[in-house]
Design a protein around this ligand. Structure first.
Ligand code: SAH
Ligand code: SF4
Length: 391
């Protein structure tokens, strides 16, 4: 059975053409699935019975299986979705007054092993398929439609951020197809500035994203020099800061060159992520959002802030400071409020827009870095870590 959730519009057109159907049917089918949220062919009422039967013979709209869900005191919702083989991934919805942000996962686990991240500690099993990535959006909207009955469907999830489990740029092809569906007017119809990819810094794929689908980019920096970053974001050994800063400059530069600076005065992305009302003066691709987790005594001194301001001076950017969210056995502490304020003050003085991310959903382990899901680790990271510790 083919899972039609895994196709963008052109993929669906080829799929139908191969079955002797007119390509324009793809648009109808696409809208049934993504806009109207239907998964059963018999509900697609403007299709002839023969077409519905033909589709049902060898394809499905295969939805994720919900293992559990929870809602935090602040309204943040989290789903644990089964992806087979003993693996499950997490998806989080963060409601705000004027927008709703869905945080999606791209991998079961993560191979990059940042030391302060719960997902990284789980090890890695595999990339999610396109259908598994989009299934999170489909499912969340389906469930949320019941919770927010008065809101039109398309307003419930106004923003999507790839900040759940996994490193989106190491699941590149699937990410791109999923982005097409999110941006497609016949799919979820989100503007580029309402879709954010967060990466720990896979330099060649930052360039590929720029060429193929330049949505808003957040880069997880977390350290102002290679020595410290090598330690807490190990992928830095492969793509050190100088090369990462160059890739960021290229990303922004290309965006400016397109002259597409978005609709005037529209709010976009999440204020939590440090983005505000933005005008024609800039679009999300006109700057990078640098994320910086605040770890007590590790990366949060005044000297670190000054070094950071110097490192990024040639990159149009904003900072979003993320107070560390604890998880069992992390070994780290959140920076004190004073340390965070001091850090923010130095960046603000240096002329950078700098916000501190509000912690949402921590009572259901739904905050940044707390997503663990269930991962059948193929990297044996936990074993290696246990060995390392005892040695
Ligand atoms: N792999 C991607 C996207 C997922 S993580 C990336 O690393 O960017 C989303 C953000 O949460 C990243 O900035 C990540 O570094 C941060 N994060 C990870 N663990 C955290 C923790 N325990 N507390 C706060 N933020 C954390
Ligand atoms: Fe992976 Fe991102 Fe966690 Fe690092 S912070 S281990 S890249 S999910």
């Amino acid at each position: 059975m083919e899972n039609l959730l895994g196709y963008d519009l052109s993929g669906l057109a080829s799929y139908l053409e191969a079955r002797g159907e007119k390509a324009f049917r793809a648009r109808q089918l696409f809208r049934w699935i993504h806009q109207r949220g239907k998964s059963r062919f018999e509900d697609m009422t403007d299709f002839a019975k023969s077409l519905r039967e033909k589709l049902a013979a060898d394809s499905v709209v295969g939805l994720p299986i919900e293992r559990s869900s929870s809602v935090a005191a602040d309204g943040t919702a989290k789903w644990l979705l089964d992806v087979g083989g003993g693996n499950a991934v997490e998806t989080v919805f963060i409601p705000e007054t004027r927008r709703g942000t869905l945080c999606v996962s791209t991998q079961a686990g993560c191979a990059l092993a940042c030391t302060f991240c719960s997902t990284g500690r789980q090890g890695f099993n595999r990339n999610l398929s396109v259908a598994e990535i989009l299934g999170q959006v489909w499912w969340a909207r389906h469930v949320l439609a019941q919770r927010f009955q008065t809101l039109p469907h398309e307003r419930i999830i106004s923003n999507v951020v790839f900040m759940g489990m996994g490193e989106p740029l190491t699941n590149f092809d699937h990410l791109i197809t999923a982005l097409h569906v999110l941006l497609d007017d016949f799919g979820y119809g989100l503007s580029r500035r309402r879709v954010t990819v967060s990466t720990s810094g896979i330099v060649p794929n930052i360039d590929r994203l720029r060429e193929q689908c330049p949505v808003a980019l957040a880069v997880s920096l977390h350290a102002p020099n290679d020595e410290l970053r090598d330690e807490i974001v190990p992928i830095n050994k492969k793509y050190p800061l100088a090369s990462l800063m160059e890739a960021c400059r290229r990303y922004v530069g290309a965006a400016a060159a397109t002259g597409d600076s978005g609709e005037p005065g529209e709010e976009f992305a999440s204020e939590d992520m440090g983005w505000r009302k933005w005008t024609r003066a800039g679009s999300p691709r006109d700057f990078i959002t640098f994320e910086y987790v605040m770890l007590d005594g590790v990366n949060d001194t005044a000297a670190h802030a000054q070094q950071l301001a110097a490192l990024t001076q040639d990159v149009p950017c904003k900072f979003n400071l993320i107070p560390f969210n604890p998880f069992p056995g992390s070994g780290y502490q959140r920076s004190t409020d004073q340390a965070i304020e001091r850090f923010q003050g130095i960046l603000l003085n240096a002329g950078y827009i700098t916000t501190v991310r509000k912690t949402r959903g921590s009572d259901i382990d739904g905050a940044c870095g707390q997503l663990a899901g269930e991962v059948q680790d193929r990297t044996r990271r936990k074993d290696k870590m246990a060995l390392g510790m005892s040695a």
